[in-house]
Ligand binder design. Structure first.
Ligand code: GLN
Length: 491
């Protein structure tokens, strides 16, 4: 095993820039690691070895020609399979997109390539990003590098596991209800959901358009910030993209690393005081809050009375939007087509394709969403959920009049055993109890490793006002500076 795979992205970028190591060597070290461990972890659905080596060589050539490149040039990255990557399979872990190779790159991917970063491959996930354990992938689950009998979180379990297994130093995730932060928490890695509209959704295979947010996954807060800087910023191709400068998240991470939080007001969400959470998770949370106080933060309790309705509101809004977004998978335009034998009608081909191509959880959501949007039920369900969303946003707005950031555990429980929550969808949905309010509001949230409970990672979630992503990076870096980073047992 090469030592290169243990380095941070920041350190790799510096070594490549200094000419101490080539981008090609760094890339090959990671491809070797993937070949060594991914049979057991299954973080990747597709490894693009040739494309990666080619991209790395191109960076080495540009550097040799004297070109000045960015801090992450030559650094490898794993991409969640929900992101469209030109010419490279992009399935969103669904059978219905098997074999689809997009003719274009998502904006985040374009920016990653422009930064000279090297894509290693596409990571496993819950089908269409619906799930909290990566068990709903049509291609089999991903295993948590901390304990291969446990889940790596979801939907971005592949991205998070690739980091924890040292297969990649950086990854991209998407967060609709927690799919970057929750996998980060249960794998002992950092996962940041930017402000909605802060990163472009162009080229993201849509799940719930008013919530979906691509963001960075890393092993350190600074690495996450460096990647955030690459992918964020206005994109004219996404009508919900915010035409404002990106907050200086890298400077904030560096400031936080000094460990001084004097004058920072931190709010504890009263409604997240631990009901239903594992005692071990709450113990780590309390210790972390204590540590923040020692760094000079002022900690107060804040009430967000409508957070308790976030989960039910989300499970109406997200399925409603997905039922509309997934209508495009009709057996005609993309990927799979079933029953097109000249005897079946167009409607029959469509229905046979969907029957064969969508998994049970995706079908469940389409059915719930179609029902909630149907005339006669719209006001009772979807309309009501939208009202609750407004109330949750008001809770955040009034909380941020009192404090700079809010904190909570990222998840109520640590990584569970595979199969433990698949029988009852509601038990699976509970994994995102603490992360979903942020999505409904649209603000940024980050999960940073805070400690261990029974040998398994626990994350601290930090939530900030919209377009104040820098605040959460500052606090996360301060947490990291006191509690350190966590290394899983050797694979
Ligand atoms: N686990 C949540 C869901 O199943 C969130 C998923 C996500 O953020 N993509 O919908």
């Amino acid at each position: 095993m090469s030592d290169l795979i243990k380095l941070t992205a920041a350190a790799l970028g510096e070594k490549i820039a200094a000419g101490e190591v080539s981008a090609e060597e760094v890339t090959r070290a990671h491809l070797d690691r993937i070949a060594e461990v991914d049979g057991r972890v299954h973080a990747f659905l597709h490894v693009d070895s040739e494309g990666a080596v080619e991209a790395a060589r191109a960076v080495d050539a540009r550097r040799a020609a004297g070109e000045k490149l960015g801090p992450l040039a030559g650094v490898p990255i794993a991409i969640k399979d929900v992101i469209a990557t030109k010419g490279v399979p992009s399935t969103a872990a669904s059978k219905i997109l098997e074999g689809w190779r997009p003719p274009y790159d998502a904006t985040v991917m374009t920016r990653i390539r422009e930064a000279g970063m090297v894509m290693l491959g596409k990571t496993n996930m819950d089908e269409f990003a619906m799930g909290s354990s990566t068990e709903y992938s049509a291609y089999g689950p991903t295993y948590n590098p901390w304990d291969l009998t446990r889940i790596p979180g979801g939907s971005g379990g592949g991205s998070a596991a690739s980091l924890a297994a040292y297969e990649a130093p950086l990854a991209i995730g998407t967060d609709t209800g927690g799919s970057i932060r929750q996998p980060g928490a249960v794998t002992g890695t950092v996962g940041a959901k930017p402000t909605y509209g802060g990163t472009s959704r162009y080229g993201l295979i849509a799940f719930s358009s008013s919530l979906d947010t691509p963001g960075p996954c890393a092993r350190t807060v600074l690495d996450a910030a460096l990647l955030h800087e690459v992918i964020a910023g206005h994109d004219p191709r996404d009508s919900t993209s915010i035409p404002m400068p990106v907050p200086d998240v890298v400077a904030a991470a560096r400031q936080g690393a000094t460990g001084d939080l004097t004058g920072v007001r931190v709010g504890l969400v009263k409604e997240f005081s631990g009901e239903g959470a594992e005692p071990g998770v709450m113990a780590v949370f309390r210790d972390t809050v204590e540590a923040l106080t020692k760094l000079g933060a002022e900690v107060v309790e804040v009430s967000c009375p409508h957070f308790q309705y976030a989960l039910p509101a989300y499970y109406l809004i997200a399925p409603s939007e997905c039922s509309s977004n997934l209508a495009r998978f009709d057996g005609v335009r993309f990927g799979l087509r079933t029953g097109d034998d000249g005897r079946n009608s167009l409607e029959e081909v469509m229905s046979l394709t969907r029957e064969a191509g969508f998994g049970d959880e995706v079908k469940r959501r389409i059915i719930i969403g179609t029902y909630a949007l149907s005339s006669g039920y719209y006001d009772a369900y979807y309309g009501q959920a939208q009202k609750v969303r407004t109330l949750i946003t008001r809770d955040f707005t009034s909380a941020f009049e009192q404090v700079d950031v809010l904190v909570s555990p990222t998840t109520p429980f640590t990584a569970f055993e595979l199969g433990a929550r698949t029988a009852d969808p509601y038990q699976m949905y509970l994994a995102d109890l603490y992360t979903i309010p942020t999505n409904l509001y649209g603000g940024p949230g980050i999960s940073v490793p805070a400690g261990l409970s029974d040998g398994l990672p626990v994350g601290l979630q930090i939530m900030a006002p919209t377009m104040a992503d820098d605040r959460m990076y500052r606090l996360a870096a301060a947490v990291e500076s006191t509690v350190g980073t966590f290394t899983p047992p050797a694979l």
